[in-house]
Design a protein around this ligand. Structure first.
Ligand code: ITT
Length: 202
């Protein structure tokens, strides 16, 4: 079974390729380079569905999209759905991270709680052998706190500043395999595995 991964973020692609081959080896992940819709939803789930629907319609294949981001408690859950463009429309992850840490400059350690959220939308269009069309959204949350300075070179985005609960290291100091055991993306994916397994013929 082939699934198109409706993302232009190469880091997400790498994480999904490891997750899929580890947990649902009957699925082949294909890259997507079709049109990118405007993500004008008001929630992670809406934006994930917008991306997956466009990719499924464009390719006629099963599509999986990821909308994700970081929420900071003392900022009322921001950046949230605006995580990719927190410092402007250029999607500059170094600038996004620098701005967020700057905004929290005077915030004491105990008040730096944060979480990563990942909403995965699976869209099965009409015409796929052995299944009716359907849509499914799975969600994962990874709780932790923001460091005062970035540290580590693995991962991407806000990983260098995120210290998961129960860890002293940042997410960028975890190995890719460790991140894929714990992360918001891994948790959302785990919830999706039974749904994906039903698409793979016995
Ligand atoms: P696509 O829409 O093409 O998938 P994107 O990077 O624009 O790619 P989002 O709109 O979902 O994706 O934005 C998510 C942002 O949240 C991303 O750019 C990162 O800055 C941050 N983010 C999401 N997951 C993350 C992770 O595992 N580690 C660090 N930062 C993450």
């Amino acid at each position: 079974v082939e699934i198109v991964l409706a993302t232009h973020n190469q880091h997400k692609v790498e994480e999904f390729q490891r997750l899929v081959s580890r947990d649902v080896p009957g699925i082949t992940v294909l890259a997507y380079d079709g049109p990118e819709p405007v993500e004008d939803g008001t929630t992670f789930s809406e934006n994930a569905l917008i991306k997956a629907r466009v990719a499924a319609a464009h390719t006629g294949s099963i599509a999986l999209a990821d909308d994700s981001g970081i929420g900071v408690e003392i900022l009322g859950g921001s950046p949230g759905i605006f995580s990719a463009r927190w410092a402007g429309s250029q999607h500059d992850s170094t600038a996004n991270l620098a701005l967020l840490l700057d905004q929290l400059q005077d915030v004491h350690e105990e008040h730096r709680a944060a979480w990563f959220a990942c909403h995965l939308a699976l869209v099965v269009p009409p015409g796929i052998d052995g299944t009716e069309p359907f849509e499914h959204v799975a969600v994962g949350t990874w709780r932790g706190a923001l460091a005062t300075e970035p540290s580590g070179t693995n991962g991407f985005g806000y990983d260098p500043a995120f210290i998961p609960d129960g860890e002293r290291r940042t997410a960028a100091e975890l190995s890719p395999a460790e991140k894929n055991e714990l992360s918001h993306r891994a948790l959302a994916f785990r919830a999706l595995v039974p749904v994906l397994q039903r698409l793979v013929p016995e």
